[in-house]
Design a protein around this ligand. Structure first.
Ligand SMILES: Cc1cc2nc3c(=O)[nH]c(=O)nc-3n(C[C@H](O)[C@H](O)[C@H](O)COP(=O)(O)OP(=O)(O)OC[C@H]3O[C@@H](n4cnc5c(N)ncnc54)[C@H](O)[C@@H]3O)c2cc1C
Length: 493
């Protein structure tokens, strides 16, 4: 029997399977399709996702698909600036740019290939029809006949998840449901007069998003109007008509297009005994913050170490309840913020749009028009965390100097639970936690990033979870209390 069956090998399932295998678990990885989905979807990745791929040894292979993120400007019909979403300024807290652009099918292909390269039990072209469970684990009924068994199963079978429905999960609807057509072009005329940043055209006549992707990829997302047939609009002739204000057919090649409904939905619950939901199967967001996949990868990182600890017998079953306790409210908050941005963009009533423009232009004039994207993402709360400053946020990854060279911390420090300690602060023995000391004569920080981060929180050490979330911080004399909280929260057996 496998430890975990991962059902669905989109980017979330494939990443989860790789993270579980890295922890030494026996993983069965299944997808009904042998091909990755090739229509336009995710185009923006966050630094937490990049760090996850770094940990899987995929950073170098990903480099060719990645390009810098540009500012997103919200523009009124008269061209006036309504808002700007900015990338987090340097220093890069996780040793990666906070946001980058990328091409999803290239990532998906890389992840699938990595599953094979690492020798996981991969079954492509095989669908799972149903799931049953008893005290011993889960049985998967395969569409082609036969059953396979695993101790746990994670449904990463995407937005249309049939398994989610079978399990009886409900959907909480956060009130967004709009039809859009998404078009990826490959620019052939470098002189084409296109914006040099991303733009949300908040035009009531046709709300539209323009995105500068990597290389010569340029994307338009165009809202469909009442009465427009999505399939008829996602054809070459219709799309060129829609793109006419920006581009002529001789300036670019249409690469791919698709019609979507953008939703804001959160499934409930995410856990059914030994079965979990993750990624789009658990939540769907409109794309205005580029968070669907990033949030799914956070699900994968969160669940992977917890399943590993329970399978190894290092933690009790209650640790698995913290997955939904932490992730569901967090992703719900992110989707609510995204929905609100979407409502700004999608206003189709000219009078309401004019009122919106007046109010947002006043904000810009008062110096309040700029928002740092990462500031819109709240930290985790509840679950396996302490209540100390910084808890629930991504833990910084400082650059360190090793043999005269700059290296990212995760390349040189052990994975798993670790206590990053500045200097000589005393630490009692804590089996299961690696103590990593930084400072002169120790592992030397290159830029003092962690030291400043800790100082801003009145701390001299940070306890980092295996998914690089901050469990908690401690000042001098507070470490015993932090470790005590860790013992009870991490559910050691
Ligand atoms: C226009 C658009 C723009 C977006 N932009 C961004 C962005 O910039 N940043 C971002 O983070 N996200 C973005 N997203 C969201 C992102 O693309 C998705 O969140 C992400 O692809 C979901 O990945 P997943 O692995 O959960 O699901 P999927 O990629 O949908 O994978 C599900 C897999 O499950 C398989 N499957 C289904 N049923 C079964 C079954 N019964 N048995 C076996 N296998 C099964 C399918 O074949 C599929 O391979 C965007 C989405 C859209 C539509």
């Amino acid at each position: 029997m496998h430890d975990v069956a991962v059902i669905g090998l989109g980017p979330v399932g494939a990443t989860l399977a790789l993270l579980l295998a890295k922890q030494g678990l026996s993983v069965l990885a299944i997808d009904r399709s042998a091909e990755v989905y090739d229509k336009p979807r995710a185009i923006g990745l966050d630094h937490e996702s990049l760090r996850c791929f770094q940990n899987l040894g995929l950073a170098e292979a990903l480099a060719p698909t990645i390009a810098p993120y540009r500012v997103s400007e919200y523009r009124a019909p008269d061209g006036g600036l309504l808002r700007r979403l900015l990338p987090q300024p340097e220093p890069n807290l996780l040793a990666w740019p906070a946001n980058v652009m990328f091409i999803q099918p290239e990532l998906d292909t890389l992840l699938r290939a990595e599953l094979h390269r690492r020798g996981l039990d991969v079954r492509e072209g095989e669908a799972v029809d149903g799931l049953t469970q008893d005290g011993a684990g889960v049985r998967l009924t395969m569409a082609g006949g036969g059953q396979v068994a695993a101790r746990f199963a994670v449904c990463c079978d995407g937005a249309g998840s049939a398994l989610r429905r079978q399990l009886g999960a409900e959907h909480e609807d956060l009130d967004f449901d709009e039809p859009w057509v998404v078009v990826d072009t490959l620019l052939e005329d470098p002189a084409a007069a296109l914006p040099d940043c991303n733009v949300q055209y908040c035009h009531p006549a046709r709300p539209t998003t323009f995105i500068r992707g990597p290389r010569n990829l340029r994307r338009w997302e165009l809202m469909l109007l009442p009465g427009e047939d999505p399939q008829a609009m996602a054809t070459e002739a219709s799309v060129w008509r829609l793109l006419a204000p920006w581009l002529r057919p001789e300036q670019a090649r249409l690469w791919r297009m698709a019609a979507y409904r953008f939703h804001a939905l959160v499934a409930r619950p995410w856990r059914f005994g030994c079965i979990f939901l993750a990624g789009d199967a658990a939540h769907q967001t409109p794309p205005f913050m580029g968070q669907g996949l990033n949030q799914g990868l956070r699900d994968a990182g969160n669940l992977a170490w917890k399943l590993a600890e329970v399978c190894r017998g290092a933690a009790g079953d209650a640790l698995l309840d913290t997955y939904e306790a932490e992730r569901r409210p967090n992703v719900r908050a992110v989707i609510a913020v995204t929905r609100d941005l979407g409502k700004i963009v999608c206003e189709r009533d000219p009078a309401l749009a004019a009122a919106r423009d007046a109010s947002l232009k006043a904000e810009v004039a008062a110096g309040r028009g700029d928002v740092v994207r990462q500031d819109l993402l709240p930290p985790l709360t509840g679950g396996c965390l302490s209540e100390t400053p910084g808890a629930g946020a991504p833990c910084p990854q400082p650059w360190v100097i090793v043999s005269g060279e700059r290296r990212r911390l995760d390349e040189v420090a052990p994975a798993g639970w670790r206590l990053l300690v500045l200097g000589d602060a005393e630490v009692p023995a804590a089996p299961g936690i690696a103590v990593v000391r930084l400072g002169p004569g120790r592992l030397e920080e290159a830029d003092g990033l962690l030291a400043s981060w800790l100082a801003a929180r009145g701390a001299v050490m940070v306890l980092e979870r295996p998914d690089h979330v901050v469990f908690g911080t401690a000042g001098v004399g507070e470490v015993a209390a932090l470790l005590e909280r860790w013992r009870s929260a991490s559910g050691g057996t």
